[in-house]
Design a protein around this ligand. Structure first.
Ligand code: SAM
Length: 312
């Protein structure tokens, strides 16, 4: 297992497989990626993951944009599901999931996070700009039916919009035996954050008082998991939380093949696709080592300027 200069093991690769999205969520951080000029092929992604395994990477997360917009997404999953990879997961808005969940599971997808901030069609439309919530519900049911486990719902908490829906979302998730993940809004694009940021303190306090057990998931940026009488809820609190960064074990990859050492920065990317596409594995290994060397905690307990919105 390779560790960075801060003693953090690097065990996960979060790959943004496309810039394209079929929704337009007003708060979206676009995985912190600058606009991409092209997309890596499934074959290139497979080769990159092969090099990644030499550095101890064992978990692959496919994200985007919307990963299911790629026509070859089943092939991408199959390319990622190498023998030395323990887990291939995906974060999706679920709109297209119903039609492909079984194929994805067969190709080697182990689990899925489905982004759903609300159960209310009107609020859904206000947040996403378009798309039909009923497709997301169908996608959730298909993911469960396909045996993807666990299925998690990603709910970004937004002041005045969905903060009153935590309980109903918990009930929806627990009825289906899936996990609700409540996510603090990350400050990424100017005006949105002051208007919609909603702290999670009181919600966590409520969860703690109801929980039959509380676990800290060290491999997942020290996030807390609350085991309730009915269901499980995870809480993701990145903002100015030094533990979040100290427990970060992942590298990122942009759709056009740049290694990205931190969600919050675009000034330290490393080109990986060029050596991969010419078959120069030695330079590809050097690129990986360089990206790991460039990793440093972003939130060190002291608030600093956010630069993730720098999309060019
Ligand atoms: N299109 C896919 C989806 O909707 O899940 C994958 C990409 S989306 C950028 C990945 C996750 O990031 C989603 O769960 C989304 O809710 C979350 N996200 C986006 N912007 C965020 C922000 N500003 N703060 C916290 N989470 C955010």
């Amino acid at each position: 297992m390779v560790k960075d200069n801060f003693g953090r093991p690097v065990t996960g690769l979060r790959i943004s497989v496309t810039d394209e999205c079929n929704l337009n969520c007003f708060y979206c951080h676009h995985e912190g990626c600058p606009a991409s000029s092209h997309e890596m092929t499934a074959d290139e992604i497979g080769k990159i993951i092969r090099v990644a395994t030499e550095f101890g990477i064992r978990k692959i997360k496919l994200t985007g944009g919307e990963p299911l917009l790629r026509k070859d997404i089943v092939g991408v999953v199959a390319a990622a599901a190498r023998p030395s990879i323990d887990e291939v997961s995906m974060t999706t808005n679920g709109i297209l999931l119903a039609g492909v969940a079984h194929e994805l599971a067969e190709a080697g997808l182990t689990r899925v996070n489905i982004s759903l901030d609300t159960l209310d069609p009107k609020t859904f439309h206000r947040i996403t700009g378009n798309g039909s919530i009923s497709n997301v519900f169908a996608g959730i049911d298909a993911a469960i039916d396909a045996g993807l486990k666990p299925v998690k719902l990603n709910m970004v908490l937004l002041a005045d919009l969905n903060e009153h829906e935590v309980k109903t979302m918990m009930t929806y998730a627990s009825k289906r035996g899936i996990i609700l993940q409540i996510i603090e809004l990350l400050d990424t694009n100017g005006g949105v954050f002051p208007a919609y940021h909603r702290g999670l303190d009181d919600i966590e306090q409520g969860l703690r008082s109801q929980a039959v057990a509380v676990r800290t998931r060290r491999s997942m940026q020290a996030r807390k998991k609350y085991i309730l009488q009915r269901g499980e809820v995870e809480v993701v609190r990145p903002m100015h939380n030094s533990k979040f960064c100290m427990h970060c074990t992942r590298l990122r990859l942009t759709p056009d093949g740049y290694l990205k050492p931190c969600l919050m920065r675009n000034d330290n990317l490393v080109d990986l696709l060029s050596p991969i596409s010419t078959g120069d594995l030695e330079t590809a290994r050097k690129a990986f080592a360089e990206a790991i060397a460039r990793r440093e905690p972003y939130f060190k307990g002291v608030p600093r300027e956010i630069c993730v919105h720098a999309r060019v």
